[in-house]
Design a protein around this ligand. Structure first.
Ligand code: SIN
Length: 535
């Protein structure tokens, strides 16, 4: 059998965490960054509002910490949050030195505010295109390094573990051909899984591949019941759930129900700037019609905001809305929540180490516990920088050897048009079931409906698996199915409501039993009982 190709470090994902890690690793070895589409097509690229960072000294950092902890609804792992807010300023300063341009006025960085922040601390770029600027600048900086190579349009389909250590990855190259690449260590920085829900702000690549593959290889997942739903995605029939940044509310936007009332005072003293989970549930409740299944429209209203030029401040959002004849300065903008960010993921320590030797994780794919049950707005880009760098440092410190791995058997990699259609139907069925049954408001009966839909999805996928073939879309479907399985089982096990996880049948927080993180292990695709651990 032929030997697999080898590289020192393999990074799965080219968002902020993966790119930041690659830069750290490249002075010490050859790095291959594998990404499913072109570099830049990641959740990072679509982040609008900004990057939260406390750059004004100790008191500022302490306040950022307390806001992060308060938003996380009791479950933030304090050492992780300390690490985030304390190392954040250094990482952002470094990023600016590497070429990222944040918006300034008279030479001073501008800062905006979002939900649950006690003051304006969020840096932004080109108004509402912060993620794109971070992605652009990091990709350019990493791309200039001679030891970093990018494998674009390449899908990772498996993590190869030998005696409990990850030693290689299987992938489909841009021609759809299977390859195996051996590495000293592998970093999963492949982002979140918004595509598991029918309504999401995430791009098509966000199918949770890294998390699912890690689980299948035996790594522990944590806090998978905590999926954050962004309160305000554009709600127009047939139009993607385009993100309408929380920074709009930071700059004064109101939320109004179909009677024109500002309703947030019934839900939280911080009104439109309440924590994200509270606002998302409030919109859901206001949007429920009298008839089962019917919905009322909730709007974002900026018509009263006269002190800033909204088109200049939010150029990307304004341009997108203009395509549909909407204008922030003139119109009420219809909104609804959409799946946005996974607080859970591959369980790691503060250094990106997972429960498997040779496998590391950072960014949205990882769960350090830094966000607890609900992430503070604009903490995710910072998380990618801080924990991406840390994971790379531990990959270097651990200095694992390069082990030989065999090349994979070649398998035909295509589906017929009819099979592709069948596969899409299987995926769509799962996405709709997840939205209906494991969305913002959950209960045992709906979660069990979700499990039935998941079983149907698995049965649908088994037909393709039996034929032993691999394509990117099949790999994504398998990943989404694993993610759904993990979300459903973790949500059933947490019989309380906390942060982004709300159970109609257990509407209160239960600190006595659940001031703990859920941990899920899988074995050959089957989940073991969810355990709860105090970290
Ligand atoms: C937003 O701009 O509202 C998104 C920022 C985030 O998800 O933190």
């Amino acid at each position: 059998m032929a030997r697999a190709q080898q590289v020192d470090f393999l990074v799965m994902g080219a968002g902020v965490a993966g790119l930041r890690a690659a830069v750290e690793l490249a002075d010490h070895g050859d790095v291959l960054v594998v990404t499913k589409e072109s570099v830049g097509e990641s959740n990072t690229h679509y982040a609008q509002g900004g990057i939260a960072v406390a750059m004004e000294g100790e008191a500022d950092v302490a306040l950022h910490l307390s806001d992060t902890v308060a938003a996380g609804d009791g479950l933030v792992y304090l050492p992780a949050a300390h690490t985030l807010v304390e190392e954040g300023p250094l990482r952002v300063t470094e990023l600016i030195e590497w070429g990222a341009h944040f918006d300034k006025e008279n030479g001073r960085l501008l800062r905006t505010r979002e939900g649950a922040h006690s003051l304006p601390r969020i840096l932004h770029a080109n108004g509402d295109a912060t993620g794109a600027e971070i992605s652009r600048s990091l990709a350019a900086f990493a791309g200039a390094h001679e030891r970093i190579r990018f494998a674009e349009w390449t899908t990772v389909t498996g993590l190869v573990a030998v005696d409990g250590s990850v030693v290689a990855v299987d992938l489909l190259d841009r021609e759809g051909l299977p390859q195996r690449i051996g590495a000293r260590s592998v970093l999963v920085a492949a982002g979140g899984a918004g595509q598991v829900y029918s309504d999401t702000t995430n791009p098509a690549v966000a199918t949770g591949d890294g998390i699912a593959l890690a689980a299948e290889a035996g790594a522990e997942l944590a806090d998978m019941e905590f999926y954050q739903f962004h309160p305000t995605a554009l709600s127009l029939p047939g139009v993607p759930r385009f993100l309408l940044s929380e920074a709009l509310r930071g700059e004064g936007a109101y939320l109004r129900n179909d009677r024109g009332e500002r309703f947030m005072e019934r839900y939280h003293p911080l009104l439109e700037l309440a924590p994200r989970d509270v606002v998302a549930r409030a919109i859901t409740r206001e949007g429920m019609g009298a008839e089962p299944g019917a919905s009322r429209v909730v709007h974002l209203d900026m018509r009263h905001v006269k002190d800033i030029d909204l088109h200049q401040r939010f150029p990307g959002i304004s341009a997108f809305l203009a395509r549909y004849g909407l204008d922030l300065q003139r119109d009420l903008i219809p909104v609804r929540p959409a799946a946005h960010y996974l607080m859970g993921g591959i369980r790691t320590d503060l250094h990106g180490r997972t429960s498997l030797r040779g496998l590391y994780a950072a960014g949205e794919a990882a769960c350090t516990g830094v966000h607890g049950a609900n992430r503070l707005a604009s903490n995710s880009l910072l998380e990618g920088l801080v924990f991406g760098a840390r994971a790379a440092q531990s990959m270097l410190a651990d200095g694992l050897p390069l082990l030989a791995a065999d090349a994979p058997e070649k398998v035909p990699a295509h589906l017929t048009a009819g099979e592709e259609e069948r596969l899409e139907n299987v995926i769509t069925g799962l996405q709709h079931a997840m939205w209906m049954y494991a969305g913002l408001l959950r209960e045992e009966a709906t979660l069990r409906e979700g499990l039935a839909a998941h079983a149907a999805c698995e049965a649908g996928l088994a037909q393709f698996a039996q034929q032993g073939r691999g394509t990117r879309r099949l790999a994504e479907a398998h990943a989404m199915s694993r993610i759904a399985q993990a979300i459903l089982h973790s949500s059933l096990a947490r019989t309380e409501s906390r942060g982004a996880h709300f159970r109609n049948d257990y509407p209160h927080r239960d600190d006595e039993r659940f001031l703990k993180h859920s941990v899920l292990r899988m074995h050959e695709g089957r989940e073991e009982p969810v355990e709860f651990e105090a970290w």
